[in-house]
Design a protein around this ligand. Structure first.
Ligand code: 5GP
Ligand code: ZN
Length: 176
């Protein structure tokens, strides 16, 4: 039985393909999974089946945003101090920390900001928040702030969706 949630599905299917099945056809046949529906669901996250690699890959291969800093960090083309990475997202420490703990959690897929979240990519955003909760727990953060700036007036300087996770000092409210 394959999971319904697209992000979970991606992770389960790629693990199966890596460990147990030589092709998507074999996986679908053995698990009686409807291939078209499965591909459609993962396409909604921006992932397509790569025959040669026998796994679902993010379309970044053709569509990588050549001029986007965080697309390049996500792809490992620009170095960063990563603290977490999976199929859908990665987390890395901010180059100019504004608190003793300051890391960013971003989708690998290019989404410009919160303003571009819609039904087609919101499963990725849900996943980002699961990752934030997991990393905060792992780091023993009892209290922290999650921030996403949208647009110039709010202070967004990198136009690729990212959530700041800040902790380790008193925070003021309202934010400046
Ligand atoms: P924004 O201003 O868009 O809300 O957040 C962008 C964040 O990215 C800033 O806090 C900035 O310090 C961080 N940043 C910008 N360039 C780099 C980089 O090359 N590496 C890392 N690790 N962080 C960066
Ligand atoms: Zn990008």
């Amino acid at each position: 039985m394959l999971p319904n949630d697209p992000a979970m599905l991606l992770s389960v299917v790629n693990t199966y393909l890596r460990d147990e099945y030589d092709s998507l056809a074999e996986l679908c046949y053995t698990l009686s999974a409807p291939r078209a529906a499965l591909e459609e669901k993962l396409a909604s996250l921006g992932y397509v089946y790569d025959e040669a690699e026998n796994r679902f890959v993010y379309r970044e291969k053709e569509e990588i945003m050549n001029d986007c800093l965080f697309c390049k960090i996500a792809a490992g083309e620009i170095p960063s101090k990563k603290l977490y990475e999976d199929e859908l997202c990665c987390a890395f420490y901010d180059i100019a920390p504004q608190a003793p703990v300051h890391f960013l959690v971003i989708p690998k897929a290019h989404v410009a900001s919160c303003a571009e979240v819609d039904g087609g990519n919101s499963a990725i955003v849900a996943h980002l928040f699961e990752v934030i909760a997991k990393l905060a727990k792992e780091q023993g953060l009892a209290s922290y702030r999650v921030v996403s700036n949208v647009g110039e007036q709010a202070g967004q300087s990198v136009p690729h969706l990212h959530f700041h996770v800040l902790a380790g000092r008193d925070m003021t409210w309202p934010p400046g």
